[in-house]
Write a protein that binds this ligand. Structure first.
Ligand code: UD1
Ligand code: MG
Length: 451
């Protein structure tokens, strides 16, 4: 079958009042990415390059997100929120670009897959319209598909459905396919005489049937098309998404000690023979190499971890952390915008920010890179095989040469030459017998008071 050209129209103009939020509904995150971003990614993965996004008036945040996430997509403003059919018509100019098939998707259905889009496109070979269905745990709120044989004769919205119709468990998930021939003409025929007074996209089904066009359907897995209208449903979608990510990580050869306590982002990449202990959170932009162990209670975002490293427990890797092979980052260590060379260690209570730490260097407990003077950030560069003593402060900008030692408790404010020892603290002075004399004096005073 020769592939027909396709346009994807994504509806993202909903105010989402039930979210009770200053953020537009479709920009709420699932797995660290706005819901709209998930739909854009799935569309791209299905091979559709022609994309139109329908946004509401004053939806600069939504348009701005589209410009970044899918620069080739066009955005179309739906001036008034008059219903889903009206919203699709707002993208009329995109339809006029001439694609043979049109896929309509709702941005509040974030887990829809590329595979489903491809199935719908295949079904368009047999039917000019395809409205898939799914069977949710509860059909409340969804449009019910009314079937006759294998074909759809109508979709009834919750508010317009009869008692009998509401019992139907097979409902519409908010994704449909159309041959573009006559599509706009049909959309224009849709009226708004229904319970909500809106122009329903779902009315196309009855219109098509009247015009002698067949409407096909195919069943989609319920987990894939869970719609989000409120925060309860948002958390449900998040849970489903995390389940998919955890299963994928394990299928690819990672051990998750307690899968339900590990949180992934949409783009987390995990290598083979990685072990992840309980309560680990991955923000966006993390790549974990093979044979890495991530110990319990670590928070990791925007970080790259090379093979063999051990992270945590209780480690925090922030954006720009580049962890070399076999590095150890231990408890209560924070790394930001910094590289740690192969085999380097920072095992306890340390902040490494805006720094380069050389291979095999040991950063002692309590070391701090002082990278910020309240206005600008500066870099600390530490060479290879360096030993930084505990409780040192490296005041950037500063360099510590290869093989140098920094004595514990030092405040390093200028460069340390290679192989040197830098001591930058008060010199120790011992007063022989002082403590004994002090003790005896105090004990005598106390005894005198008791008499
Ligand atoms: C809609 C469907 C329902 C389906 C359900 C699946 C209609 C009439 N109803 O109901 O059959 O089972 O989705 O989740 O289509 N939007 C606009 N402009 C508008 C109205 C909506 O862009 O004027 C967008 C929203 O941003 C949202 C999508 O269209 O992404 C669906 O709108 P929503 O109000 O959530 O419809 P549902 O009541 O969920
Ligand atoms: Mg909805």
């Amino acid at each position: 079958m020769a592939k027909r050209s396709a346009l994807a129209i994504i509806l993202a103009a909903g105010e989402g009042t039930r979210m009770k939020s200053a953020t537009p509904k479709v920009l709420h995150h699932v797995g660290g990415l706005p819901m709209l971003g998930h739909v854009l990614r799935a569309v791209a993965a299905s091979g559709i390059e022609d994309i139109a996004v329908v946004v509401g008036p004053n939806a600069d945040a939504v348009s701005g997100f589209v410009a970044k996430a899918a620069p080739k997509a066009t955005t179309h403003v739906q001036g008034e929120r008059l219903g889903t059919a009206h919203a699709v018509l707002a993208a009329r100019e995109a339809i006029a670009r001439g694609a043979e098939d049109v896929l309509v998707l709702y941005a509040d259905t974030p887990l829809v897959t590329a595979k489903t889009m491809m199935r719908i496109r295949e079904a368009l070979a047999d039917h000019p319209l395809v409205f898939p269905g799914f069977r949710p745990f509860s059909p409340t709120g969804y449009g019910r598909l009314i079937l006759d044989g294998g074909r759809v004769t109508a979709i009834r919205e919750e508010k317009d459905a009869s008692e009998e119709e509401r019992k139907i468990g097979y409902v519409w998930p908010g994704i449909a396919g159309f041959r573009s021939d006559g599509f706009v003409a049909m959309l224009k025929q849709i009226g708004n005489t229904n319970a909500k007074g809106e122009y329903y996209l779902t009315d196309l089904v009855e219109l098509a049937n009247r015009g002698g066009k067949s409407v096909g359907t195919l069943e989609i897995d319920a987990d894939e098309v869970s719609g989000v209208n409120d925060r309860q449903q948002l958390s449900h979608a998040e849970g489903l998404f995390q389940k998919v990510m955890r299963e994928a990580a394990m299928a690819d050869g990672a051990t998750l000690k307690a899968p339900s306590t590990v949180w992934f982002s949409y783009d987390t990449k995990i290598g083979r023979d990685v072990t992840i202990e309980p309560n680990v959170f991955f923000g966006p932009g993390v790549t974990v190499g093979d044979n890495v162990t991530i110990r319990a209670n670590s928070h990791i975002e925007g970080a790259t971890i090379a093979p063999g490293a051990i992270i945590g427990p209780f480690a925090r890797l922030r954006p720009g952390a580049v962890i070399g092979a076999d590095v150890h980052v231990g408890n209560f260590v924070e790394v930001k915008n910094a590289t740690l060379g192969e085999g380097a260690k920072a095992n306890h209570l340390t902040y490494i920010g805006d720094a380069d730490i050389g291979a095999k260097t040991n950063v002692g407990a309590g070391t701090i890179t002082a990278n910020y003077d309240g206005f600008d950030k500066y870099r600390t560069v530490v060479g290879e095989g360096v030993s930084i003593g505990s409780n040192s402060v490296l005041v950037a900008p500063v360099n510590v040469g290869d093989g140098a030692n920094v004595a514990a408790g030092s405040v390093i404010v200028h460069d340390v030459p290679a192989d040197a020892l830098a001591v930058a603290r008060g010199r120790q002075e011992d007063k022989p017998g002082w403590a004994r004399k002090f003790r005896e004096k105090k004990l005598a005073e106390k005894a005198a008071r008791k008499k």
